[in-house]
Design a protein around this ligand. Structure first.
Ligand code: GLA
Length: 354
C-alpha cells in the first residue's frame, strides 16, 4: 500500500500493513463442514490492510472499493454492510484481548466480492494478522484461521467451514493445500510446472449470505443426523443407499459429500504422481456432482465448464459456495492462450481473474 491510501484517508501513518491472498479451491466443495478433505491454493491476488490503533473508542474502516469511511463501536452487531468483515475481525480480536483501543483500518481490495475466491476471509485474516502483530500476540496461523471462522460464524452469521480461512492464512501460490478439515492437519503439495490453474468469473454474482449456502449446511446436518451424526464425508456410498427412508434430497447431499471427499483423496494422489489427466477428470467429476447431487450450479455455469473442457482444459468446475461466481480450470500452459481466447469469445460475460 498502500500506507499511502491509509495516510490519505486517516491523515497519519499506519502501524502495520498486511497482504493476504485470495484462494481458489481445486476440489473438495462443501466438504469442509462435513468432516472431509479440501484442496485449495492461494491466489497471486488478494487484499492489503493497513491498521493503526487510535485514542478513540471506535473502529473506522475504509475500502478503496467503496471510497467511504464506516464507523462501528465495539458493541455493534453486523449490519449487512461490506465493512462488517473488518469490523467483526476487530470486535472478535478485542474479545480475545488482542486490542484494547480504537482501530482505523484501510483496505485495498483486489478480489471481486461474491466470486467464490474468499474476498471476505482475505479481509478478516488480514485484519487479524495485523492486530496479532500490533498486540504482539502468540497466535499460530491455524489459531488465526479459527478466529477468522468465528468472525464468519458468530459475527456475520454464515455457517461456513474453515477451508477459506486456512487457505488464506497458511496457503501458498505454488502449492495445493491438502487439508483435513476434521483435524486441521495439512500437507502442502507442490503444483507441477506443466499445470496452469485458471480462475474465470462466470459473470454471475452471488452472495453467500442470501441463505442458499445456509440451507445446504442445514440439509447436510439433517442428513448427518439420520446417520447418527456421522460426518457425511466419512460415510460410504453403500451406507447412504442402504438407508431407504432417507428423503431423496438429503440422499443426494450425502452422496455428494461422501464421493467428493474420496475424489479429493484421489486428486491428491494424482497430483503427487504427476497424473494430470486423472487430476483433471476428478475436477470435472466434482462439477457433475455439484450440479446433480448438491444442486448448486446454474445452466450458464454448466455451459462455461463444459466448454472449458471441450476446448482443451484438463478439467474444470464451479468453485466456492455455489450459485454463481468463479470456475476453476486446469490447463497445460502451452495451450492456455488459444484456449482462453476461444472460451471467452464463446462466453462474453465471463472474464479471466488470474
Ligand atoms: C464457501 C465457504 C467454505 C466452503 C465453500 C464450499 O467458500 O466459506 O467454508 O464451504 O464455500 O466448498
Amino acid at each position: 500500500m498502500k500506507t499511502g491510501l491509509f495516510e490519505r484517508v486517516f491523515e497519519r501513518r499506519a502501524d502495520v500493513v498486511r497482504a493476504t491472498p485470495g484462494r481458489v479451491n481445486l476440489i473438495g466443495s462443501h466438504t469442509d463442514y462435513n468432516g472431509g478433505m479440501v484442496l485449495p491454493v492461494a491466489l497471486p491476488i488478494g487484499t492489503e490492510v493497513a491498521v493503526a490503533v487510535t485514542e478513540t473508542p471506535l473502529i473506522r474502516i475504509f475500502s478503496s472499493k467503496f471510497e467511504e469511511v464506516v464507523s462501528y463501536s465495539f458493541t455493534d452487531k453486523a449490519r449487512g454492510h461490506w465493512a462488517d468483515y473488518a469490523a467483526g475481525a476487530v470486535i472478535t480480536a478485542r474479545k480475545r484481548g488482542l486490542v484494547s483501543r480504537g482501530v482505523d483500518v484501510a483496505i485495498e481490495a483486489n478480489l471481486p466480492a461474491g466470486a467464490g475466491i474468499s474476498s471476505s476471509a482475505s479481509v478478516i485474516v488480514g485484519v487479524l494478522k495485523a492486530l496479532r502483530r500490533l498486540g504482539d500476540a502468540a497466535l499460530s496461523e491455524t489459531e488465526i484461521a479459527q478466529l477468522a471462522r468465528e468472525v464468519e460464524n458468530a459475527f456475520i452469521g454464515l455457517p461456513c467451514g474453515i477451508m477459506d480461512q486456512m487457505a488464506v492464512a497458511v496457503g501458498r501460490t505454488d502449492c495445493a493445500m491438502a487439508l483435513d478439515t476434521g483435524t486441521l492437519a495439512y500437507e502442502l503439495v507442490p503444483l507441477p510446472p506443466d499445470l496452469r490453474v485458471c480462475v474465470i468469473h462466470s459473470g454471475i454474482d452471488r452472495a453467500l449470505s442470501d441463505g442458499r449456502y445456509a440451507r445446504r449446511a442445514e440439509e447436510c446436518l439433517e442428513a448427518s443426523a439420520a446417520f447418527g451424526h456421522r460426518p457425511l464425508c466419512q460415510l460410504r456410498r453403500s451406507q447412504i443407499e442402504a438407508l431407504t427412508d432417507l428423503p431423496e434430497t438429503l440422499r443426494r447431499r450425502a452422496r455428494h459429500c461422501s464421493a467428493e471427499h474420496q475424489r479429493v483423496l484421489s486428486a491428491i494422489g494424482a497430483l503427487k504422481a504427476g497424473q494430470l489427466e486423472t487430476f483433471g477428470r476428478l475436477i470435472s467429476a466434482s462439477h457433475a456432482s455439484l450440479r446433480d447431487d448438491f444442486e448448486i450450479s446454474l445452466p450458464d455455469i454448466d455451459d462455461l465448464v463444459s466448454d472449458a473442457v471441450a476446448l482443451g482444459a484438463l478439467g474444470a468446475r464451479l468453485t466456492g459456495g455455489g450459485f454463481g461466481g468463479c470456475i476453476v480450470a486446469c490447463i497445460k500452459p502451452d495451450r492456455f492462450e488459444a484456449w482462453i481466447s476461444a472460451l471467452l469469445s464463446r462466453h462474453p460475460r465471463a472474464r479471466l481473474i488470474c
